[in-house]
Design a protein around this ligand. Structure first.
Ligand SMILES: C[S@@+](CC[C@H](N)C(=O)[O-])C[C@H]1O[C@@H](n2cnc3c(N)ncnc32)[C@H](O)[C@@H]1O
Length: 416
């Protein structure tokens, strides 16, 4: 186990430097890096060290602001701040400044991990910085009270409300107790139906309940929810994956379609397809002579994707893992290989092996949807080794108040 330098709890003054990936800024003290939360670049603050486990760096909270940034605002959420709820990172920053911070992080990750100098803008989504979270997991403490965890802690901060959550989601979970549960997932669909799923202390779902606007249907056999994006409705399994921000799926579909510029007769691979959002949105453009193959590992998501793609005979759903072996097999079955690949992997990214395999297909366009700019940058570097260049990247502020950012990147063969 690595050890720190005994700074835990120490308080000192620092000049705050640039933002870093993860919702903090970089400062230095006695030659050591200090990752400081609750501050902004250019501020002078007093910090208290909250974690000291590595000789090279420690973590700290800004507990007093001596010289404030012009971007600093009053936190709209009464539960946020040093030592409190860890759900948000940038409550103290003006929303436009939050987007600039996220753009700086995407630029820095692409520079450091992929060696690229790219200009990135993070675009605002409609709806404002609060009440956007339509899907969330709340933690439950031993007394059955729900809330969110403190930053890098198992402690539950009990909440009466979560102002970034859609009101119906916050109310459904935070207005009652959940004795014996370890966590509760909640999702509000585009019809206003609220699905709550109780999880045990090992994170396993134990029961679900759907409350639809017209009435309460507890313990329904089906928890199918409806979401809207790209001008149509999509079936989703209750609290299963769907973009959290109500405007995000629409914005991402438009960005993916704009980068892919799919033509009639083309073959499109939609990897990590969820309920078939991107494949389903692109299928009309390939037409009856084209083909769309959606690959997704989750059984319930595949069942929903089958339903979503039912009217599109050119689209099919393959249930399975996107890994090097399965992908090699799939590529072998695709006569001529894909013209366009869309991939939207979970936070860890697709990884080097999958990225290199995809680069070997010669697809004319690879559209990469990423929720972690570090994973995106690592995979972009792997695609570059395979002869692909980053042609464009757009950022979306799909998670206001938090450090998270969604990116859509276009990779093309470097020779095109
Ligand atoms: C970020 S979500 C994207 C879903 C979909 N593209 C959308 O926008 O709604 C990632 C999806 O990948 C699936 N997944 C995770 N690991 C996978 C793997 N190794 N192979 C295939 N699918 C995977 C998850 O179940 C999830 O549905």
């Amino acid at each position: 186990m690595q050890r720190g330098l005994g700074w835990l709890g120490a308080e000192f003054e620092v000049a705050v430097g640039p933002v870093a990936h993860g919702g903090h800024c970089v400062a230095r003290h006695e030659g050591r890096v200090v990752f400081v939360r609750h501050t902004l670049p250019g501020e002078r603050v007093v910090v208290r060290v909250t974690e000291d486990r590595h000789p090279g760096f420690c973590r700290a909270d800004a507990i007093e602001v001596l010289e404030a940034s012009a971007d600093r605002v009053e936190r709209p959420c009464p539960y946020s701040g040093p030592g409190r709820c860890g759900g948000c990172d940038w409550q103290h920053a003006d929303p436009a400044a939050q987007r600039a911070l996220k753009a700086a992080v995407v630029r820095e990750q692409l520079s450091r991990l992929a060696g690229l100098d790219v200009d990135v803008t993070v675009e605002e989504l409609p709806g404002g910085p609060l009440r956007w979270r339509s899907r969330a997991r709340f933690a439950v403490d031993r007394s059955g009270a729900a809330g969110l965890r403190r930053h890098r802690s198992h402690d539950v901060v009990v909440l009466d409300d979560c102002p970034i959550s859609v009101e119906a989601a916050a109310q459904a979970v935070l207005s009652r107790r959940w004795p014996g549960a370890g966590a509760v997932d909640v999702s509000v669909d585009s019809t206003g139906a609220v699905t709550t799923t109780r999880l045990d202390r090992r994170g396993q779902p134990t029961s679900s309940r759907v409350v639809r606007p017209g009435g309460d249907l507890p313990e329904e056999p089906s928890t199918r929810a409806e979401r809207r994006a790209g001008g149509r409705d999509w079936e989703v399994e209750g609290t299963g994956f769907w973009q959290v921000h109500p405007a995000a799926a629409d914005a991402l579909v438009a960005a993916v379609a704009g980068f892919a510029e799919v033509r009639p007769g083309e073959t499109v691979l939609d990897l990590y397809a969820g309920v078939g959002l991107f494949g389903g949105a692109l299928a009309p453009a390939v037409g009856a002579d084209g083909r769309v193959v959606c690959v997704e590992s989750d059984e319930a998501a595949c069942a929903a994707a089958d339903a979503n793609l039912a009217g599109l005979p050119q689209a099919e759903v393959w249930q399975g893992d996107v890994d090097a072996d399965a992908l090699a097999e799939l590529l072998g079955e695709l006569a001529g290989g894909p013209d366009v690949v869309v991939l939207d992997p979970p936070r860890a990214g697709a990884g080097r092996a999958v990225s290199r395999l995809l680069a070997g297909t010669g697809a004319r366009a690879v559209v990469y949807v990423a929720c972690d700019p570090a994973s995106l940058a690592r995979d972009v570097a792997a695609f570059a080794e395979g002869g692909y260049r980053l042609a464009a990247v757009r950022g979306f502020d799909a998670f206001p108040m938090t450090a998270h950012v969604e990116c859509v990147a276009l990779l093309e063969p470097a020779t095109s």
